[in-house]
Design a protein around this ligand. Structure first.
Ligand SMILES: CC(C)(COP(=O)(O)OP(=O)(O)OC[C@H]1O[C@@H](n2cnc3c(N)ncnc32)[C@H](O)[C@@H]1OP(=O)(O)O)[C@@H](O)C(=O)NCCC(=O)NCCS
Length: 174
């Protein structure tokens, strides 16, 4: 993954120096600490371990510099020209500062560089922060899965984003 995409630096959170980098097994303690406080049904550690090994998966972290403390992580699946956002969470102490947006933009740009043209994901209707984030990046609703989140019976909203036309990424020259 390229060290930096200079055209994306306009989205970098102010007051933080962040390194966006592929995560390794040594980061999983920090990932799990964020995961457990972020979701009512957190992923098991073994699922993250499988993601790190999977050839279609891209697992990125936002690490604060110079300490390299993990502030956020993003799990993507790249299959042909589609990228699925599987997981995204920001440490509670660093939310609403642009970290989630910056990490997602960097991840989607990397996915686009690898051939993705469509991004897809699912979100809970009640997740205001996530919906605002996705909306701001050009995701739009394409459907609903009734009762998808079994713990509360909440629907899932299905969102798509056309990466070829997204306003936060530069135009594709193909
Ligand atoms: C959803 C999440 C990843 C967003 O990351 P973040 O770094 O806090 O978000 P950002 O600072 O980049 O802000 C993105 C947008 O969300 C809004 N936002 C952030 N926190 C918010 C909150 N608590 N309430 C309402 N809006 C919020 C921001 O104002 C911004 O919206 P705007 O573009 O309209 O100004 C983060 O809140 C999180 O980790 N939540 C728990 C896990 C989760 O729900 N993951 C997503 C699953 S689909």
């Amino acid at each position: 993954m390229p060290e930096s995409y200079s055209h994306l630096e306009q989205w970098a959170p102010r007051g933080l120096r962040l390194l966006i980098a592929p995560l390794k097994a040594r980061h999983l303690d920090a990932v799990m600490a964020i995961e457990r406080v972020s979701f009512t049904t957190p992923w098991q550690r073994s699922l993250f371990e499988a993601e790190l090994r999977h050839r279609h998966a891209l697992v990125l972290g936002a690490l604060s510099l110079p300490s390299e403390i993990l502030l956020a992580y993003l799990c993507l699946w790249l299959v042909l020209d589609e990228v699925q956002v599987q997981n995204l969470a920001v440490h509670p102490a660093y939310r609403d500062r642009g970290v989630g947006r910056y990490l997602l933009i960097k991840g989607l740009e990397e996915a686009r560089r690898r051939g993705a043209r469509l991004a897809t994901l699912e979100v809970r209707p009640s997740n205001t922060a996530a919906r605002r984030l996705y909306n701001s990046l050009g995701f739009f609703e394409v459907g609903r899965r009734p009762g998808y989140y079994q713990s509360e019976g909440e629907d899932a909203i299905l969102l798509d984003c056309n990466l070829a036309k997204s306003r936060f990424l530069p135009p594709i020259a193909d």
